[in-house]
Design a protein around this ligand. Structure first.
Ligand SMILES: [Zn+2]
Length: 110
């Protein structure tokens, strides 16, 4: 998104950066979220392994890779619940870092 803004010569505002917090959350999204899961189960079946830790026993789910929730099977991976939590936490940290950097740029610190 920031690349697009740069190309168009639009300086992202602090307000815009703060809105990054509203990026879709894996745990939210109500109806569209469950519709997507029905679609995933229909196309891909039930996830039965974790591509991160290699477990084949336990509870698994389809994790969205891009977090854009596309109806694209290449955008999903089968992972276990604990790896999914780690994955989401890592992403949340990444977002926080990006936001604070952009904020610093906007207010002229760096
Ligand atoms: Zn795992």
């Amino acid at each position: 998104m920031s690349f697009v803004l740069k190309e168009k010569g639009i300086k992202p505002t602090v307000r815009f950066v703060a809105n990054g917090e509203n990026h879709p959350s894996w745990k939210g999204n109500g109806a569209s979220y469950s519709a997507l899961h029905h679609w995933l189960k229909r196309i891909l079946g039930t996830p039965k392994f974790c591509i991160i830790c290699g477990k084949t026993k336990g509870r698994f789910e389809w994790a969205n890779i891009s977090h854009n929730y596309k109806r694209d099977i290449d955008d999903y991976m089968s992972i276990c619940y604990s790896c999914h939590d780690m994955y989401d936490n890592a992403r949340a940290k990444m977002w926080a870092t990006i936001r604070s950097r952009k904020y610093e740029q906007d207010i002229g610190i760096i």
